[in-house]
Design a protein. Structure first.
Length: 342
């Protein structure tokens, strides 16, 4: 009921009795007392209506802006995280509020797996998302988050989408390199960086097209008993339960990479090179960057990019300060090395 309607009803009910009372009372003092009480009652009615109106004000979602984080952060101990995840899983009660519908959990794998292997590891557990990256040696490649309700079909389809985007990205880098004019040191460095970006993007595209062993984590939802069974399966490194998670769109998952064994730290993003027989150092031939699982323990996940991502921009003219070229968004602060001359 609107506040104005309520006040009108109060007037209709209170004023007639008060008027009759005033008429019956002849002396001025009695009339003054009745009017005083009428004023008090009217004020109380207005105050009560205001309080009622405030109480009926719709309350927004108090969880807006709150983000739950599950996984590791820069500087965390990986062994400590694995122990904590195992303890949380063991302590997860079967009568938890979310136990009937299942508890969300971050499943981290021991190694990068192809989509078909996921059917064995996660096939009978409801999956919502998988995390993947192409493990190129010495390169900080992009982490992608692929929605995957059906494993492995959705994973394969998601990899195809990423491959198409990476092919476009490689073409954009090549166009940028071709648009750089001049033979100075700055121009040569800029062309070399664009060429490196094109090589890395092309290698990522080829790997995803081939259904590479690139998946290293997944977000699942199951009962505590099922989650403990998943933790005991081969290829599973850890199952980190997150009973506090109710909305995936307000949760950030950051699983450790398979090659991280000590501390999560920024990666060393170095240019791949080949060592000729004579012991000299030469610049790698474009397009020869190949996937490898041996990156060392200093690699850290780049920010997650959910497919699809924005289209690359058009080629730009020569810039005064050469930008860093990398397919990993968080590596922009690291100055890429200048390619060596042959």
């Amino acid at each position: 009921m609107r506040a104005g309607n309520l006040l009108r009803q109060l007037d209709q009910r209170l004023l007639p009795p008060l008027t009759r009372a005033v008429a019956r009372l002849g002396d001025r003092s009695a009339r003054s007392g009745v009017l005083t009480w009428a004023a008090v009652l009217s004020a109380a009615a207005v105050l009560g209506t205001a309080v009622w109106a405030v109480d009926e004000t719709p309350v927004g979602d108090r969880t807006v802006g709150e983000v739950t984080r599950v996984g590791v952060s820069d500087g965390d101990s990986v062994p400590g995280y694995l122990r904590s995840a195992a303890a949380d899983l063991a302590a997860l009660p079967g009568s938890a509020p979310a136990a009937e519908d299942g508890t969300y959990a971050l499943v981290t794998l021991d190694a990068y797996l192809p989509p078909q292997r996921l059917a064995t590891v996660l096939g009978d557990v409801p999956v919502s998302t998988v995390f993947g990256r192409v493990p190129l040696p010495g390169r900080q490649t992009e982490i992608v988050k692929i929605p995957a309700l059906r494993v492995p079909d959705d994973v394969v389809a998601g990899m195809d989408q990423v491959a198409a985007r990476k092919e476009t990205e490689a073409a954009d880098y090549r166009a940028r390199a071709a648009a750089v004019d001049g033979a100075g040191v700055g121009e040569r460095e800029l062309r070399a960086r664009y060429a490196t970006g094109a090589d890395v993007a092309a290698a990522e595209a080829a790997a995803y097209r081939a259904g590479c062993a690139c998946v290293y984590a997944a977000v699942v939802r199951a009962t505590p008993v099922v989650l403990r069974g998943v933790a005991a399966r081969p290829d599973v490194r850890a199952v980190d339960p997150a009973p506090e998670v109710y909305r995936l769109d307000r949760t950030v998952f950051t699983p450790p990479l398979p090659e991280q064994h000590d501390v999560v730290r920024p990666p060393a993003d170095t240019e791949p090179s080949t060592e000729p027989a004579g012991g000299g150092r030469s610049t790698p031939t474009p397009g020869t960057v190949a996937p490898s699982a041996s990156m060392g323990e200093s690699s850290e996940p780049a920010p997650v990019v959910t497919i699809p991502s924005p289209e690359p921009s058009a080629p730009e003219p020569t810039e005064s300060v050469p930008p860093s070229v990398t397919t990993s968004p968080d590596a922009t602060a690291t100055e890429p090395p200048t390619p060596t001359s042959s």
